[in-house]
Design a protein. Structure first.
Length: 346
């Protein structure tokens, strides 16, 4: 069984998206694990890692997401396991997850140190599993170079099958290859691929927003696949915002209290992807009917506008099963830009 361990130096490097692209590009029957969960989601009275849930959904995996993660809480993990027993648990889980599969992806946490105190950091995982380790690095040329040098000088890669790095979210690939890639390669690290920044992948859908807010969809269900391009907080008077450039942006989501009829009406007069109705207040039936005609989802939530705005601000884009265009973008990027033969080759 082939195992690939996908790691990053920092949060939001794009590990999960890259796994989706690699799996689609390879066309193999995959399994997935994320031993140390760091993006917790509570669903059906269980704790899931959001990345595990996304991969499970996209690839129709038969293993429930909570079985792909050993734990989230350091104190609980320290109480339950020592290094020997957590290694045993991890390898048992590997065998369960990879049954009937061609390839197992194992995703690390936010960075190489995450989970180290409970012995399931990414380097420990790579040693336990014997998997091929790939780091996904993102950022500007200087931060990427710092990461490459840090890996080379300060990470203990003894006993690890380190294959190299994939550079992700690069703004100008031609310029990067001409002026910065030679310096990175001079440190002896294999660059396995360079993937461009793709703005489409930075957006999430209205459906994803609704799910994360635990919102009730009042009307506009067929508009849930639209991408959210901008968030607008409807706290001002409607006549004060209608001429603002931000309010005229197509695909915006307006967050406002359900009793703000003026703001909701103004939102429905422009190209709005959805309206989030806070304080658990429904607007008038006239506005609900108008939203239904315009196919603009109305999402009802119990929290107030400030709380919802904070929740939305903390959201990170995550690919879902319905994001077929984005999944195809990831697959094509890997096929075109990543040397998979140097990763999967013996």
């Amino acid at each position: 069984m082939e195992r690939l361990v996908i790691a990053s130096m920092h949060e939001n490097a794009g590990k999960t998206s890259l796994i989706i692209g690699m799996a689609k590009a390879l066309g193999k029957n995959i399994g997935y694990m994320k031993p140390f969960g760091d993006r917790m989601l509570y669903r059906k009275k269980r704790l899931w890692d959001t990345d595990s849930a996304a991969i499970t959904n996209i690839f129709n995996l038969d293993m429930p997401p909570d079985d792909m993660t050993i734990g989230f809480d350091h104190s609980k993990l320290r109480f339950m396991y020592n290094e020997k027993t957590i290694r045993k648990k991890f390898l048992e889980d590997c065998k369960d997850v990879e049954k009937g599969k061609d390839l197992l992806f194992i995703e690390g946490g936010r960075g190489p140190r995450n989970g180290i105190s409970v012995n399931i950091d990414v380097l420990s995982i790579a040693r336990y599993s014997g998997g091929k380790l790939i780091f996904v690095l993102a950022g500007d040329e200087n931060s990427i170079l710092d990461d490459v040098v840090f890996i080379k000088k300060h990470l203990n890669l003894k006993g690890v099958d380190f294959r190299g790095v994939i550079l992700n979210k690069i703004n100008n690939i031609e310029d990067f290859q001409d002026h910065h890639l030679p310096t990175i390669q001079s440190y002896g690290t294999e660059v396995l691929g360079i993937i461009p920044y793709q703005k489409e992948l930075t957006c999430y859908s209205v459906a994803y927003l609704s799910e994360r807010l635990f919102a009730k969809v009042i009307v506009g269900g067929s508009g849930m696949t639209r991408d959210v391009k901008k968030i607008f907080i409807g706290a001002m008077r409607a006549d004060a915002v209608v001429d603002l450039p931000l309010f005229k942006i197509s695909g915006k989501v307006v967050i406002t209290s359900g009793d703000r009829s003026d703001m909701i009406s103004a939102a429905l007069e422009t190209d709005t992807a959805a309206v989030v109705l806070t304080n658990n207040i429904l607007p008038t039936s006239v506005l609900i009917s108008k939203a239904e005609r315009e196919n603009v989802p109305l999402l009802l939530v119990a929290a107030d506008t400030y709380q919802v705005a904070k929740q939305v601000d903390d959201l990170q884009p995550l690919i879902t099963k319905d994001d077929t265009d984005k999944i195809k973008l990831l697959e094509d990027a890997v096929k075109e830009r990543v040397q998979m033969d140097r990763i999967t080759g013996k």
